[in-house]
Design a protein around this ligand. Structure first.
Ligand code: SF4
Length: 259
């Protein structure tokens, strides 16, 4: 779990440079009991804060604390509009809890007269849920969420196809390659704007290039021992960027990325 002391030390170092902070990476942020205190700290430094949740922890107390924390954006993941479809992807999840939490947050935000957090409903479109899109759109409109995001899904072993690939390829990162195989829809180009725009920290302060590095294979440095400024210009980071610009296909995480 991300330690508040490390978080504050890092923010103190980067304030004045950092404008946007997404407090989320491979986990449920609301499981950290100090999470909203960290949001409030970032907010006090005038940094835009955003997070992403499975919305299983939006009870009265948390909703009041969210509104008080200064959180600017909350992305709620909901990948189905019926329990049966929802739990295909969110195994063990409870759709009713998600929907009740979301309703409570929106109602309390309205009561408070605040515009924040902005509520984004995010739906990963898969072959299992794409038929629910019309119903989803009606529900999102009724709820008056600020934005409905329909997101394409990353699939690890896409080459052999997957039931997660939607039949509407407009919602797919992959297209048939012939011989029953699949390939990335977008041609791999030796570029990546992310390498000059931001970085990702794991819960224990390892800096990795982006959120595709889910298992921290490409560690550029450690916040526990180095400043972010130092890591940003360090040799491992420079070499990673050079490799990406010369031949992205040599970097494992970049091979399945539409950037
Ligand atoms: S996987 Fe590679 S190309 Fe994609 S965002 Fe990360 S660093 Fe950039």
């Amino acid at each position: 779990m991300l330690q508040e002391q490390l978080f504050k030390k890092t923010l103190d170092e980067v304030q004045g440079h950092l404008t946007w902070l997404h407090l989320y990476f491979q986990g449920e942020p609301f499981l950290n009991p100090r999470f909203l205190e960290m949001v409030a700290y970032a907010n006090s430094k005038r940094i835009f804060t955003s997070t992403s949740t499975n919305a299983h922890y939006l009870q009265e107390k948390q909703v009041a604390e969210i509104l008080h924390s200064g959180l600017k954006q909350l992305i709620v993941s909901m990948d189905g509009i019926t329990q049966e479809i929802y739990e295909k992807y969110r195994v063990g999840g409870n759709l009713e809890k998600v929907q009740e939490g979301l309703k409570l947050l929106l109602a309390e935000r309205k009561k408070s007269g605040q515009n924040f957090p902005r509520v984004v409903l995010q739906f990963l479109v898969t072959g299992q849920n794409e038929h629910q899109l019309p119903e989803l759109k009606r529900w999102a409109e009724r709820m008056q969420v600020d934005e409905l995001q329909l997101k394409t899904t990353q699939i690890y072993d896409f080459e052999n196809g997957s039931e997660l690939i939607p039949s509407d390829l407009g919602y797919s990162r992959y297209v048939p390659a012939g011989n029953g195989k699949w390939k990335l829809k977008k041609r791999l180009e030796n570029k990546c704007w992310r390498m000059w725009q931001g970085a990702v920290s794991t819960w224990d302060g390892k800096i990795v290039p982006c959120c595709f590095d889910k298992d921290a294979q490409y560690v550029m440095g450690e916040l526990k021992a180095q400043s972010l400024e130092f890591i940003w210009s360090s040799l491992p980071y420079q070499n990673f960027r050079k490799q990406l610009l010369s031949d992205r296909s040599q970097i494992e995480i970049c091979r399945n990325c539409t950037e």
